[in-house]
Ligand binder design. Structure first.
Ligand SMILES: *[C@@H]1O[C@H](CO)[C@@H](O)[C@H](O)[C@H]1NC(C)=O
Ligand SMILES: *[C@@H]1O[C@H](CO)[C@@H](O)[C@H](O)[C@H]1NC(C)=O
Ligand SMILES: *[C@@H]1O[C@H](CO)[C@@H](O)[C@H](O)[C@H]1NC(C)=O
Length: 675
């Protein structure tokens, strides 16, 4: 088969002499390949069709019988017959099975178009096949792009956490401080401009709540954890599924019992770790497959579960496939992308993080992220083992936390729970010159995008965060930190109300049009979450929302104060998640924002296509000209605009004159798997 040679570059300077020979060679190869594909294709077409149909019935729940929902099954068969006139696109459709060469081949095919393309600055001539077409109304001539499918080795690509990129660019990264697990994005000319294919036999994921305990193996074909952690019950393989018994290194018998024990340690007799709503937001570092986070959910506690893309292959991919809130991240050299005072509890069990080293820099980052009075639960052999090394570590740890003014709230077996102080008193009483020092008060404790961590204690500010209401009142109560941002309580309340109305409208539209059934949406991302109103309005649904906020906006702390979770992110880059991890993306004024900042909306669309699951929903709400621009990419992205009618824009106080809503659904397609 063509295409396993890694020496062939995907893009880059062309050698003109060689190009001609290669072009001839590839054209011949491609013709032969195409003919064989066609024959394979026609023999597999009907069986694949039956297979898909079956899948949708399994995944789609009750609405699988609904004819609109079933519309998606037609989407599955996209490769076949194309309008005869559309021969560039027809060629495109044969492509998924050709690997990297096929993309090269493509590039060369489009060389003749180059001049033409250069006259159209909005077209990137390197990758895409372009085609002229008339808009349906026949008035405006527009350009529609199609995108090639990436080689199958990219099916799990996380562009900013790609260690092959680090090698290719010869980055000097210090592995002992985990720099290689931190974000390093490809320069824009090296971003892939292709659609990430699912693995062979990818199926509609098992729906929540079943997914907590089992997922399809074909969707994440990695068995390392099942084999390597078999004695710890992280995960088992059974038939075509991966099963999650709820275990972890420290809790072989299940996270639920362990969590109840943490609750009891904090003097909650019934083992309710939430302490009647006072503990709501949790940071779990080194989370494995996020079973700890999964079993916090019944207590109305939401965890941001964090792990790097390390030897414990695909932990976060499994966590998200299970429908558990999580993202990729590591405590290395940079601040985690969350504002200060975001979490009520931080947790690390056997996470193999050297908290006591590097002058406590990593623990100081956790301290920044904890609310005053917040807890850090640490399970480690160092807390009980008697050997030299563990005793040494324990001694260093207790000295460090004492200097940070943390107090021991409870200790039992190998678990200790420390508490961050509520006030600044203890800091002021420390001996002069005590390490670690307090950070300078001019530093913004909430800035956390691409900023280095420092070995100092983030000082407490004037607000007494203990005044936050318990969950669920906290969700809509105005945060004391609104004042920091100059946001009036009144506008906050209006925002909350408006998003409730809008979300209700979205949801009704999706349901009435048969686009979702009760359980078909679980992982949601609000890509420009502002004050978190969209996510807050989804409280009573069996979903969770990743609230993403531009680092320049500073409103993420309000999201956390509401008892929701999220992350800073700059959408000029790719997000720290695996492909196919979200069921619904909401992009409110995001495209015009990214465009205003001079970044590419095409890259943004490809990124959205990467992270949305097949059959996932995208809701774009932006000004009309931007929505129209986005619409021109739908066909190339293989997204279906499922309603031709314009959605009604109900005038509300966040609306502006020419706003438009676009709701689309990503098709399910397969790169040919018959090889
Ligand atoms: C890596 O970081 C550690 C800790 O800061 C430091 O001691 C070491 O010298 C660094 N190594 C390199 C190669 O820079
Ligand atoms: C698990 O993987 C680690 C790292 O690759 C290896 O050192 C260890 O021996 C493995 N353990 C088992 C039980 O397979
Ligand atoms: C509307 O779109 C244009 C560009 O398409 C953008 O510059 C502008 O900021 C947008 N306006 C609003 C209110 O979003």
């Amino acid at each position: 088969m063509l295409g396993k040679s890694s020496t062939i570059r995907m893009r880059g300077p062309r050698n003109n002499g060689a190009v001609h020979k290669r072009r001839v060679f590839f054209t011949v190869c491609a013709t032969v390949l195409m003919l064989s594909l066609l024959s394979i294709y026609y023999s597999s077409f009907f069986s694949s069709r039956i297979h898909q149909k079956h899948e949708i019935h399994r995944g789609g729940g009750s609405s699988a019988e609904n004819s609109d929902w079933d519309g998606s099954s037609k989407a599955v068969t996209i490769r076949p017959i194309k309008p005869v006139s559309d021969d560039v696109a027809a060629n495109e459709d044969e492509k998924p099975d050709l690997n990297i060469e096929s993309i090269n081949l493509k590039e060369e095919h489009i060389i003749p178009d180059k001049e033409e393309n250069e006259e159209r600055p909005d077209i990137d001539e390197t990758d895409a096949i372009t085609e002229e077409s008339k808009e349906e109304d026949g008035i405006e001539e527009v350009t529609t792009k199609t995108f090639p499918v990436c080689e199958s080795k990219f099916s799990e690509l996380i562009p900013c956490l790609d260690q092959t990129l680090q090698k290719r660019l010869k980055m000097k990264l210090n592995h002992s401080i985990m720099e290689h697990f931190e974000r390093h994005c490809p320069p824009s000319e090296q971003r892939l401009k292709c659609l990430i294919p699912p693995p062979p036999n990818y199926q509609v994921p098992i729906r929540w709540p079943g997914s907590r305990d089992e997922v399809w193996q074909a969707n994440i074909p990695h068995s390392f954890l099942a084999v390597n952690k078999s004695d710890q019950h992280w995960m088992e393989l059974r038939g075509d599924k991966a099963i999650f018994p709820g275990g972890g290194t420290h809790f072989h018998d299940g996270a639920d019992k362990y969590i109840a024990n943490l609750g009891k340690m904090l003097k909650e007799e019934d083992g309710d770790l939430s302490r009647k709503g006072k503990i709501r937001t949790v940071l779990d570092v080194g989370c494995g497959v996020a079973s700890f986070g999964a079993f916090l959910l019944p207590l109305d506690i939401i965890a941001m579960s964090l792990a790097p893309n390390d030897v414990h292959q695909n932990q976060i991919q499994f966590a998200l496939e299970r429908g558990i809130p999580s993202m990729l991240g590591v405590l290395g050299t940079k601040r985690l992308p969350y504002p200060s005072k975001s979490f009520d509890l931080a947790h690390c069990s056997r996470c193999r993080i050297d908290w006591h080293k590097r002058e406590g820099i990593l623990l100081l980052e956790v301290d920044r992220l904890l609310r005053p009075g917040g807890y850090f639960a640490w399970s480690s052999p160092a807390a009980y083992r008697e050997n030299e090394a563990d005793r040494q570590e324990w001694a260093e740890m207790t000295t460090l936390v004492k200097n940070m003014c943390w107090t021991e709230a409870a200790k039992e077996g190998q678990t200790v729970i420390w508490q961050k102080p509520l006030t600044s008193e203890c800091y002021q009483e420390r001996e002069p010159g005590t390490h670690p020092p307090l950070c300078s008060s001019v530093e913004d404790p909430d800035a956390a995008w691409e900023l280095p961590m420092k070995t100092c204690i983030t000082p407490l500010t004037k607000y007494n965060e203990d005044s936050l209401e318990p969950w669920p009142q906290r969700l809509n109560a105005p945060s004391p930190r609104l004042q920091d941002l100059g946001i009036m309580e009144k506008s906050y309340e209006t925002d909350t109300y408006v998003w409730q109305q809008r979300v209700e409208y979205y949801w009704n539209q999706l349901k009435e049009n048969g686009q979702i059934s009760a359980d078909s949406v679980r992982n949601i991302m609000d890509m420009n979450a502002h004050l978190g109103g969209f996510g807050a309005a989804l409280k009573d649904k069996e979903v969770w929302t990743m609230n993403v906020i531009s680092p320049s906006l500073k409103t993420l702390k309000i999201v956390y104060d509401r008892g929701l979770i999220g992350s800073y992110h700059d959408w000029c880059e790719s997000f720290s998640t695996y492909p196919r991890t979200y069921d619904l993306l909401h992009a409110w004024n995001l495209f015009s924002d990214v465009d205003d900042r001079g970044c590419s909306i095409e890259d943004l669309l490809l990124e959205m296509d990467r992270i949305i699951r097949p059959l996932g929903i995208v809701i774009v709400r932006d000004n009309a000209s931007m929505v129209n621009r986005v619409t021109k990419y739908l066909k190339g992205l293989r997204w279906d605009h499922w309603s031709k009618d314009d959605f009604e824009i109900i005038e509300d106080s966040l609306a502006h004159g020419d706003e438009k809503i676009l709701m689309v659904r990503k098709r399910q397609w397969h790169a040919v798997e018959t090889f």
